[in-house]
Design a protein around this ligand. Structure first.
Ligand SMILES: N[C@@H](CCC(=O)N[C@@H](CS)C(=O)NCC(=O)O)C(=O)O
Length: 197
């Protein structure tokens, strides 16, 4: 497995985190993001959208962090992390959709604006962050994990951008149930944090 990677990317962190939990060591291919390497061939031959992460497994090339998590869970038969029973699978995928939409447009965009000077509306992203965190906090008041009675891909996908949300001026610590859930994620065997930097 080869992972085209950026160390400070939450989307890449999701994939490294799940691979570590599975006990798999990918070959990491660091991409010079600041130099725009992801916007040129050969990276754009792998992903024409010019985005990371990209997973290469032999002849198979997969883009999008959520989809890579799904691919890895199926490939390694990790049905605990992604059950195949209809409702259980839907419960997990509902939260992958939250990671792709509400968390990406909330805490991720706020961080891109504040830390990386992207031309995004930081205030609007912080408001979206508060909306998704309020919903998550209420859900986690009654549930230990996001989707099912155990950790699943839902927790892996939603964690990384919340762990670095303060870099976008989003204060996760004012959401006590989200904060407690994050500690549970951090206690999972095989957990690896995003490298500091
Ligand atoms: N939905 C994609 C988003 C990927 C994405 O936006 N990645 C960022 C790095 S975290 C990127 O490569 N951005 C390049 C750009 O937008 O130009 C995923 O979950 O992997």
């Amino acid at each position: 497995l080869k992972l085209y990677d950026l160390d400070i990317s939450g989307n890449c962190h999701k994939v490294r985190l799940f691979l570590s939990i599975l006990g798999k060591e990918p070959e990491l291919v660091p991409v010079d993001f600041m130099g725009g390497e992801h916007k040129r061939p050969p990276i754009t031959d792998l992903n024409p959208f010019g985005e990371l992460p990209i997973l290469v497994d032999g002849d198979v090339v997969i883009r999008d962090s959520q989809v890579i998590l799904i691919y890895l869970a199926r490939k390694f038969n990790a049905t605990g992390w992604l059950p195949i029973e209809a409702e259980e699978m839907a419960r997990v995928l509902e939260w992958l959709a939250v990671a792709e939409n509400e968390i990406a447009r909330g805490p991720n965009d706020a961080r891109l604006a504040q830390r990386f000077d992207y031309k995004l509306d930081a205030e609007a992203a912080r408001e979206k962050s508060d909306r998704v965190l309020t919903i998550m906090d209420a859900h986690l008041a009654d549930n230990e994990w996001l989707a099912l009675g155990r950790a699943t891909l839902a927790d892996i996908a939603c964690y990384p951008y919340l762990a670095v949300a303060s870099e976008g001026g989003v204060n996760v610590s004012s959401y006590p149930h989200v904060s407690a859930w994050m500690k549970r994620v951090e206690a999972l065997p095989g957990f690896v944090p995003m490298p500091a930097g």
